[in-house]
Design a protein around this ligand. Sequence first.
Ligand code: ADP
Ligand code: ZN
Ligand code: ZN
Length: 735
Amino acid sequence: MTKETELLLLRIALPIPLRRTFDYLAPAPLPPAGCRVRVPFGRQSLVGLVIDHPATSSIPVDRLKTITEILDPAPLFPAALWQLLQWSARYYQHPLGEVLDNALPVLLRQGAPAERRPLESWRLCANSNTEIAARAPRQQQALQLLLDGPLSAAELREQGIESAVMQRLADKQLVEKIDLLALQEDWRDTLLEHEADRHQLNTEQALAVATITQAQGEFAAFLLDGITGSGKTEVYLQLMAPILERGQQVLVLVPEIGLTPQTLKRFRRRFAAPILTLHSAMNDRERLDAWLACRNGDAAILIGTRSALFTPFRSLGLILIDEEHDASFKQQEGFRYHARDLAILRGRLESCPVVLGSATPALESLHNASNGKYQRLTLTRRAGGAQPARQEVLDIKHVPLLAGMAPQLQHLMQHHLQAGNQVMLFLNRRGYAQALLCHQCGWIAGCERCDAYYTWHQGSRRLHCHHCDSQRAIPHCCPQCGSNELVGTGIGTEQLESALTQLFPQWRTVRIDRDSTRRKGELESHLQGIRDGHYQILIGTQMLAKGHHFPNVTLVGLLDVDGALFSQDFRATERLAQLYTQVAGRAGRASKPGLVVLQSHHPEHLLLQDLLHNGYGHFARTCLEERRMLGLPPFSFQALLRAEAVHREKVEQFMLDAAGLAQQIRALHPGVLCLGPISALMERRAGKYRMQLLLQSAQRPALARFLEQWLPAVEQLSSARQARWSLDVDPQELF
Ligand code: ADP
Ligand code: ZN
Ligand code: ZN
């Protein structure tokens, strides 16, 4: 750039953890807001986004640097999404540069051009013979999957099928590579809907579809409160048709690991339009292509987990959130947003309806429905005609347990297995035993870096800390007294599995938890084995409950519900009620009624009784009443400041300084409570001391105004540089 060109000011957001923007110089014509530019920053070169063209800068012009490169000719984000991102940064008090960076595919963050390439996909050749030698099981599996239509290379990888397998099939001329998006005729001109699969809606479904469809082209929020199997997915599909016919796009958010291949198949069978999924098996290139295909309008439907919310669309006509109560919609680190809350705002900005669907709506959502923010639509009948499951509480006080199972539960299992059905057991603790204990002296193997015990993993033959991930070998004898009587205490899923293989050797057991599904494709092959009836006994953590429907399961056991009933976390009972209702709703079917058994030492617990006798809806009202009396969310709004440091004094100093500032600022904002600072429940984790400070107010705007003043001051504290800290607005976990 020559000296003569006049240089103008640009305000830029950079991907660094500071709550501020940076001014640079650039020659005219200036890139508009929303374009990426490359800038020098210290010794580095960073990619930032243009925010504004200010007239003046607080920094003298001769000290400003000039940008190196303009990366985009036009803004990357459409106006509505741009506004959403700015608003989110303010609401969650998170640095704008990081919020924007988070919304970009990795390749764009690195400066790659925003140009779409073909989306590598595969389909069967016209007269491909799908019989193939049994010694090539992966090839066989790939051909089977493609029988239902083309799949992207990423979707195949998610099933454990690598591109080498596809290449071998291509060499045999059984499959061919295509661009998924170039495949169909433009769906905006003629939408092909396969009407054959379309159900005749029942009255409740029809009312829901008609009500929501009326809101086409404008914002409205709906809570579709429908029991499991009441036909919510059918409602979604029928809502989408007129939106797609208008040439508008649909965004579907699902929980992590909630998108089953069957659901996707159901969507693809219904609409001959490009349906993209975002999932963990995608590489950076595929993510960018999917992002661009939504932005330019090539993709009709996008299905993804929470971060898909930040995808740009050419014309968004509908947002659906399935299983809206699921905790995975809240991001728990970095930019801690809630995708459900932001989806509502996005609907407002895009002028399109938003539908939250669940059999067990979050208490927040039920509250929003009762105060008129959402319109509630209910589906109370099971579409398939199955009967609701029976339920029973087993009092396990003074009862001898075998690997956590009461004798009565074992009898029931025997009975259901002999009848040729499947049995599902939930235990929310993975590993073999919760801790390793010396029977002689009581020594317990504790993690050196956390205030926590090691979990004993039999599979890997190691002790494993679930809080910091550190591992060590299982000791041969007690380091305190030398005894070799080391025993496990607290049953984990591994131990349950090995007990069941001994107790019921004639039936096959499968375990679904984070350890047994680490490798790509492993979860899917376990689930397929369950559907095929290869396994009769299913053990799992709550992972097993998400969105999976196993019609042959007639007995469900929840082995330990006391942990949730007496948790320090006020949301634990809500989560237990949701888990219970979800699994109860899936047990059994028309010809085989299901039975759900809960084991508890406190069968008389009021919330438990309410849930069992009056159902989730009634339970939720009781629970909400309790929260109203205690002034807890959704009747108040919270923000949690968390901090950690290797030295206790450093985190204490920072917290005291931050609390001191809060007390000063609080004087200007009556109604904001400041609770703490207190040590975190687990005070030491991964070698760091942890503390927290809770801010709470009955008024959301009051809390927001308080945070807006407080946080910049906190950031300026000299002690703030001595600790790692973060702010969580609307925290879902307080510990
Ligand atoms: P949900 O998503 O609420 O759990 P689904 O949409 O999966 O329920 O529906 C459950 C079952 O009922 C599916 O097999 C579906 O095909 C069927 N179904 C849905 N709506 C109807 C209807 N109106 N008539 C008959 N069967 C239906
Ligand atoms: Zn000992
Ligand atoms: Zn640890």
